[in-house]
Ligand binder design. Structure first.
Ligand code: HEC
Length: 117
């Protein structure tokens, strides 16, 4: 049952977020610079200042968007939300469209993630 509810919830989230907005990486760049994300995630968002801070550059945009939404939702939905005091504070000012733009920008950055074949 929980799985069904989660699936329906995620489908609704995606359809409400994704259909009307074409993500804009340039706008995403402005939001990332304004939000000063590099102060923790490092230069190019791929050189975190502490080992517990993840690299972001080059990550799939869907994954980044989901992660950011999950921090916004936080503990109010324990099945989907991510509870992290630092990142929850970072994402609160942004709209869903902002998060999509941010995700588009971050995924466009050259990173060092690899897919092994
Ligand atoms: C004060 C330090 C700090 C700042 C500033 C910061 N972050 Fe983070 N970020 C973190 C930490 C710490 C985590 C890991 C949290 C966890 O364990 O869930 C994280 C996690 C993330 C993740 C999840 C990555 C993954 O692989 O799941 C994303 C995406 C992210 N941050 C994006 C951003 C964006 C976009 C901004 C700017 C708006 C930003 N962060 C600003 C510290 C920061």
């Amino acid at each position: 049952m929980k799985v069904v509810i989660t699936t329906v919830f995620l489908a609704l989230l995606l359809s409400s977020a994704g259909l009307v907005h074409a993500a804009n990486a340039e706008r995403g760049q402005q939001l990332v610079e304004k939000g000063n994300c590099a102060s923790c995630h490092g230069a190019g968002l791929k050189a975190p200042i502490l080992p517990a801070y993840p690299k972001l550059a080059g990550q799939y945009p869907d994954y980044i968007f989901y992660a950011l939404r999950a921090y916004q939702i936080g503990g109010s939905n324990p099945l989907f939300g991510r509870v992290n005091a630092i990142m929850s504070a970072q994402v609160q000012p942004f709209s869903t469209n902002d998060l999509q733009d941010i995700a588009e920008y971050i995924s466009s950055l050259p990173g060092d993630f690899v897919v092994k074949k």
